[in-house]
Structure formats: structure tokens, C-alpha cells
Design a protein around this ligand. Structure first.
Ligand code: AMP
Length: 118
């Protein structure tokens, strides 16, 4: 994908190290870094390196990648010692509150989280 194309979000810039981020995990398929505006004492974003804009735009061929993201976020939770529990959130589209259109999983922990969400 060319830099500055419409699909080129700030998360793609983080992947290319053009924007700094506090990276906590990386492998061939994904990257995790601390949210710049944390909503909990631990708030990490996990993104695929493939720029899928939102969950509903994932293709059948992305199933293994989606599984990898879910498994990886559980590994990051273990690494962060979120032994008392945590929440994984995927905001999707306007009503879902998504603001950055590069698929990402939020990992929130280190405090009790309310339900229902806002
Ligand atoms: P969402 O609202 O689900 O699209 O989440 C986007 C998240 O990206 C928000 O929680 C923002 O705080 C976070 N965010 C925006 N810019 C940055 C950045 N440069 N580094 C880390 N997190 C960011």
C-alpha cells in the first residue's frame, strides 16, 4: 500500500515506525502498543499488519489472522499479568465508536470494568 493512500491510517504509520508508539509485542502478522489515551491502567491496542479497515471488512481468507489476533491478545494479557481479568473490545463502525479505520483490538485491564458499556 502506498504511503498516504486513503487506507493509510496512523496505525499503518506506527507499523512503519513513522509515528512513535510504546510497542509491547510484535510478530510477522501483528503489532501491539499502549493506547495514547488510556481508558484503564492497562490499555493496549493490537493491530494486524494487514490494513483491514474494520471487522466487517475481514474476508473469509482472514479467519486464521483473526484467530491469531485473539490468541495473541490473551498472551499479551498474560505478559501484562492481568490475572484478575480484562476486557477485549473491537469498536466497529460509527455506532460502535470506531475512530481509527484500521482493525484493532483493545485490551483493557487493571481495574474493574463496568457493564453495560457506554
Ligand atoms: P477506536 O475508537 O476503537 O477506533 O480506537 C482508537 C484508539 O486509538 C483510541 O483509543 C485512541 O486513544 C488510540 N490512539 C489514537 N492515536 C494513537 C496513537 N498515536 N498512539 C496510540 N494510540 C492511539
Amino acid at each position: 500500500m502506498p504511503a498516504d493512500s486513503p487506507e493509510d491510517t496512523l496505525f499503518s504509520k506506527i507499523i512503519r515506525r513513522e509515528i512513535p508508539a510504546d510497542i509491547v509485542y510484535e510478530d510477522d502478522l501483528c503489532l501491539a502498543f499502549r493506547d495514547i489515551t488510556p481508558q484503564a491502567p492497562t490499555h493496549i491496542l493490537l493491530i494486524p499488519k494487514k490494513p483491514i479497515p474494520q471487522l466487517g471488512e475481514a474476508a473469509a481468507g482472514d479467519k486464521a489472522l483473526l484467530g491469531h489476533l485473539l490468541y495473541t491478545i490473551s498472551e499479551i494479557a498474560r505478559q501484562e499479568k492481568l490475572d484478575d481479568g480484562y476486557r477485549v473490545v473491537i469498536n466497529t463502525g460509527k455506532n460502535g465508536g470506531q475512530t481509527v479505520f484500521h482493525l484493532h483490538l483493545h485490551l483493557l485491564g487493571d481495574r474493574a470494568l463496568g457493564w453495560p458499556p457506554g
